[in-house]
Structure formats: structure tokens, C-alpha cells
Design a protein around this ligand. Structure first.
Ligand code: HEM
Length: 239
């Protein structure tokens, strides 16, 4: 901080660089990952049959005696497809970080001169009917081939692409996988009696967030007692 921080050390890196890099990592890494999870849970409340199929896959390949690990990912194609479909249908960054053309270039026949500010519309890429069948429907199986193996269409770009692709991509994929699989291994989620299904329209702030989710969770494997947890999520705040 202060005067000392702006003085470069031998390698040219100042304390400000270190501070801002740490702050950016948290800023870009926390809200994105947690909101992605919220969207997936919102869609699972709308599609209990999808939740059951994920739990069946987890039961078959992991069971309930041990925790899910990263090495289980390859055995859980349907779960991975649910994550992908959640990120496709509700990308937390529907418009990517602004970029600037470094050279004179063109996109789809349109001239883009050096210095032009370019905004990539990820929402439209993820909802383009030329690339996605019924793009407004939540269909995890679109990420599976006829043998149940995972496929990744080229127009699926939740982390952007190219030199400025999300630097946290690999970490984020593992985080969402571990959180979602661990939750669904132990718990089921449903809308509380009489409560409405979550609104799927969302609100665009720093990221695209669900408007509010009311859900009940219950232990999936009931051994001695049913422990119910009532969770209300409003505008990203968990109560
Ligand atoms: C599901 C979670 C996440 C999603 C959907 C996501 C998505 C994105 C997107 C779309 C971009 C912009 C790419 C572009 O403009 O071309 C981006 C950039 C970035 N992300 Fe993520 N991100 C996630 C998690 C994370 C995590 C966990 C971290 C760090 C630990 C992180 C750090 C960053 C940084 C630093 C940038 C700027 C990269 C640059 O401009 O070179 N993100 N992310």
C-alpha cells in the first residue's frame, strides 16, 4: 500500500500488482462460481427428473460411503452435462469482458479496425437456434452422444475463448463439479410446499443472477432421522 507499493522491485512487480491480482482473483472467482451453482439448482427445482437421474448416476458410480473426488468426473457424464447445460442456458457472463481489436481485422465479413471496442454476446451464442435445438429448453442430454458419452459443441463458450479466456476455467469446472456432486450425493432439493418455482429470468448485475430461490433440502439417505433445512435465497443473499 501507499508510496512503497508503487515502487517496482527488480522484477517490475509492485505491491499494488500483487494486491490487485489477488483481489481480481477473488472478485472474478467467487460470484461466478456460486451463481453458476445457484442457476443449476434453480433448474433442478424445475426438473426433478433431472435431479433424480444425477443422483442415480452418483449412486451407481460413487455410492454413499465415500466422498466424491475429482477422479470421478469421467464416470459422471450426465452430471457434467447438467453443469454444462446450466452454464449454457444461463451464462453468468452473458456479455463478456470488453475487448479491443489489436490489429485491423474482420468478423464474419464485417471490418473491425484496430482499437475498436468489441463486446462478445455470449447469450446470443448460447441461444442461437442454428447451433442449438430448442435453445430455451433445459436439456442436459444435448451434451451427450448416442452412447451416453460427453460431447462439447463448439458454440459452448461459458468461459470465453482465445488468449483472454477465463484464467480460472479449470479451477471453476472442478469447484462446480465437487460442490454439486457432493450436495446431490447427500441431499435432495425441492420447492417448499406452496412456494412458487424459482423465476428463471434473472437479473443482470456484475453477473447474471437468479432473482430469488426458495428451496427445501432433505437428507437423501435417511438413516435415523430426517433433517430438513429450509433455505431462502434472495438476490444472492442466503438466509
Ligand atoms: C463458473 C465459474 C466461472 C465462469 C462462468 C467464468 C467466466 C469468465 C468469462 C466469460 C470471462 C471473460 C472471458 C473473455 O472476456 O473472453 C472470465 C474472465 C476471467 N476469469 Fe472467470 N469464470 C469463472 C470462474 C473464475 C474463477 C474461479 C477465477 C479465478 C480463480 C476466474 C478468474 C477470471 C479472470 C482473472 C478473468 C480475466 C481474464 C483476462 O482478462 O485475461 N474466473 N471468466
Amino acid at each position: 500500500q501507499g508510496q512503497k507499493s508503487s515502487k517496482p522491485k527488480d522484477d517490475g512487480i509492485t505491491d499494488d500488482h500483487v494486491l490487485m491480482t489477488a483481489a481480481e482473483t477473488f472478485g472474478a472467482g467467487v460470484e461466478t462460481t456460486s451463481t453458476t451453482l445457484l442457476w443449476i439448482l434453480a433448474y433442478l427445482l424445475h426438473h426433478p427428473e433431472v435431479q433424480e437421474r444425477v443422483q442415480k448416476e452418483l449412486d451407481e458410480h460413487v455410492g454413499s460411503e465415500r466422498t466424491v473426488t475429482i477422479s470421478d468426473r469421467g464416470q459422471l457424464p450426465y452430471l457434467n452435462s447438467v453443469i454444462n447445460e446450466g452454464m449454457r442456458i444461463r451464462p453468468v457472463s452473458p456479455v463478456l469482458i470488453p475487448h479491443t481489436a489489436m490489429t485491423n481485422s474482420s468478423i464474419g465479413g464485417h471490418i473491425v479496425s484496430k482499437g475498436t471496442r468489441v463486446l462478445v454476446n455470449m447469450w446470443s451464442i448460447h441461444h442461437d437456434p442454428d447451433h442449438w435445438d430448442t435453445p430455451d429448453l433445459f436439456k442436459p442430454e444435448r451434451f451427450l452422444d448416442q452412447h451416453g458419452q460427453q460431447v462439447t459443441p463448439s458454440s459452448f463458450l461459458p468461459f470465453g475463448a482465445g488468449p483472454r479466456v477465463c484464467v480460472g476455467k479449470s479451477l471453476a469446472i472442478l469447484e462446480v463439479f465437487l460442490f454439486l456432486s457432493s450436495l446431490l450425493q447427500r441431499m435432495s432439493f425441492r420447492v417448499p410446499n406452496g412456494a412458487p418455482l424459482p423465476n428463471l429470468q434473472g437479473r443482470l448485475g456484475v453477473v447474471l443472477q437468479p432473482l430469488g430461490i426458495r428451496m427445501d433440502t432433505s437428507a437423501k439417505k435417511v438413516v435415523h432421522e430426517v433433517r430438513e433445512v429450509h433455505v431462502v435465497m434472495q438476490h444472492g443473499h442466503r438466509i
